[in-house]
Every structure is written in C-alpha cells, then in structure tokens.
Design a protein around this ligand. Sequence first.
Ligand SMILES: [Zn+2]
Length: 390
Amino acid sequence: MKLNKTISLVGALILAALLAFPQAAGATVCDNVANTFQSEFGELVPKPACPPANSSTTPGTNHLTTTAYLPTGNPGERRLLVMYLTSDGKNLQETYEQRTKYQTIQKPIPAGTFKVLTVLVTYPQTIDTNSITLLQNEQVKINNQHADFASSHGYSEPIVQFNFTNVQIPGSNIPEPHTLTGVHDALGNWQATKNLNTSDFDFVVVLNINPSMSEGGKSYPGSPAPYFLYMGNFNTWKTILNATDFSYIARAAYHHEIGHYWGWQHDWISDSPDPFITAPILFGWLDTDGDGIPEILDPCPYGRICPLPNLLNRAAIDPMALILPPEVYVKWAEGRHPHVPREPDVVEIEQALRMMTPKQREESLVKARKLGAILEMFEKASRKLNSKTN
Ligand SMILES: [Zn+2]
C-alpha cells in the first residue's frame, strides 16, 4: 500500500538523519548559560545567546554577556533578560558598571522599519551645502549594513531598516536643541519645516555640530515615542565636516544611541562587533535555535517550549503532531498548513530534526516506528477481513 511504503521510507530517512547527528559530548558553555537563566530568572532558555567572553583581562570587562528578548504578547515590546557571566557561563560576574543581571520591559525592540527625522543644525564653520549629501550617503551605508547582515545570514529581508527624513535648520533658529520640545518648537517656527510633526516619527535625531561647543551624545531610553536623541560636537570639530567625519557621526547616532534605545548598555560585550555596536546575537539578530527565524522575530525564541492549542485536533489531520515534540511541532506547522493534507518531504523532516536534541530525535524515531507498525497491522487486518468477505 502506498501510505505504508511512505511511512517506512520516512522511518528509514529519520534513522539516516539521526545517524548524521552525533550525540553532544558534555555540557557546553551555552548549556551552562541555559542553566544559569534557569537558576537566576527561573526561565527556560534552552538555546541562549552565548557569545564568547571579552578577551580583555581587565577586571569587570572580561565577562560573557547574554541576553534574551522574550515575547510579552505585545508585538512591539519584549521582556529583556540580561546576565553578565564568567567565561564558562556558570556564574554571575559584576561589570565595571556594577551590573550582574537585570530584566526590563524593552520598547522599542531591535527589529522593524523606523521612521527617523534627522535635524542637521547648520553653522558656517562646520556645515556647508554638500553636508546633507554626505549625511545621506552614510545613512544609506547604515541601511546597507543591516541588509548585508540579513542576506549573509540567509534571511529574506533585513531585521532593521531606517526610513530617513532630513532637514536643516540654522543654529541661530534653534535656541534649545537639547530637548524634543525645543526641536519641535524650532521646526514649527522655521518656514521650511513648519509642516513637519515630530510625532510622525519613531526617532527624532538632532545633529548639533556647534563649533563653539564640545559635548557628547545623549539618548533617553525608557521615554515614550518619538524617541529623542541628541548628538553634540563630540570631536570638537571647527572646520567643514568631510565624509569620514559624517561616518563617525552616523555611527554614533544610528548604531550607538539608537542601540541604547534597543536595550544596549556600554558593558555588554564589545569584542569585534563591527559594523554594529555590539555582537548581533545580543540584539536577537541570530537564529540560535536553528528554526530559520532570528530570535528577535521568533514567536517561540531560543528553543523555548510554547503553548500549542488544539494539539489533538491537529494530530487527527497531521500525524507529525504525534511524532514531534510539541515545541518543535509548533515551528514545523508554522511553515506548513496542516489543514491541507500533504505528506512531508525529506528536507522538511531533516529541518525538524535539526531543531531537536539527540534525545528528542531518538524519541521521535521510536514514535515514528510505532506509527509505522500500527499501519502495518491495519494493513494486515484489512487484508484478512477482505479475503474473508470476498
Ligand atoms: Zn552610550
């Protein structure tokens, strides 16, 4: 019978795939990090972000940072868990900013397309007619960095993109550039910008390279949208800014300060993060649980077990619901439509196996064999019945 053959074939293929995945030997650093999430937060994070610790030997800087952006039910926010650990992932370790672990409701999240209004404050000494073009070039590069990251990781689209709008206001027309209210008022008073409303944007960025001042950047994580950030003359520039200067300014605004709004702290790991401000895995931009979805977008991230409604209903339509562990079945079903009956192919089963631990693979093979054996008995019984009635 065709179905019987298919099931035996599936069993053989599952066996072949199982042999291709050797058992993991001993606990890894990532296993330790998962255990520490359990002991410190009581949370199951089986496939955590576990980048190598900073190579520095300076006390307080040589820790391993791990983060978990967990869904809250509101798509625009996450519950962010952060721990600073010894390099083996086993124990908390205090950083130079005196943190060991914390959790927070994180909004905005490091994913999505953000509308960004950039106000370039002009001064004859530092800004000329070409400056806005140099700024735009750097903004294109920032978007390309996110697009390149996504394509190099096999994602169909970038996780982060910025939709930039730029305006220029003379320094003399913006008496208070350090606050959102000051910027809002200046836009309303300046003819060229009076139709712009700051509340139409996710981020409002002021670039105030005032030659008579020396000051850094400032962001206000936790404040409501639009998220305001200020970039002062952090390099004490006194001459017209060139392309390189604008690359520093763009990085400081759109990686560093916006990174703060996404939850990043200076004491997260910093080894080799270019072009980003920290290891991409800490923003949830990598797929640590191997289901093809970066964790920041994954409804069931870091290999967590997520509730599956109507498992029995699904099992009646799709026998894979009986074979796969529930959390793997959720992901399996995401990419398919179990209400449309269709037999799985080898590649799909291999993908499901990749989401499983060696123990889960063994267990599902046992279940698949049982299912095959039941089908065989069905065959025999119905053959017997048919031969008697014929
Ligand atoms: Zn900072």
